[in-house]
Design a protein. Structure first.
Length: 91
């Protein structure tokens, strides 16, 4: 059995819990959207308080997983562009 610990795991759990409050099936951080090459303006964007963090976090929500998959397909079909990847984006 494995146990995952750390800030990224805590934030991911908090974002998962927010799906109920935001009435959606997917909540990802704005940083993850940027790292995936998805324009955050293509999703519902809101700022939320994360328990255990001093600053609010901007998150993007999708009501339907297929809509997010469609955005990823759009991104994959777009001309190749460099995207910065950071450890913070793993939330």
């Amino acid at each position: 059995m494995f146990t995952a610990l750390g800030d990224a795991v805590n934030v991911a759990a908090r974002l998962q819990d927010m799906t109920k409050a935001l009435n959606c099936t997917i909540v990802v951080s704005e940083e993850v959207c940027k790292n995936a090459g998805i324009a955050p303006d293509r999703l519902m964007k809101t700022e939320v308080a994360i328990r255990g963090r001093d600053q609010p976090m901007t998150v993007c929500a999708a009501a339907d997983p297929a809509s997010l998959a469609g955005l990823l397909k759009d991104q994959a079909a777009a001309p190749c562009a460099e995207r910065p990847v950071s450890a913070d984006g793993l939330v």
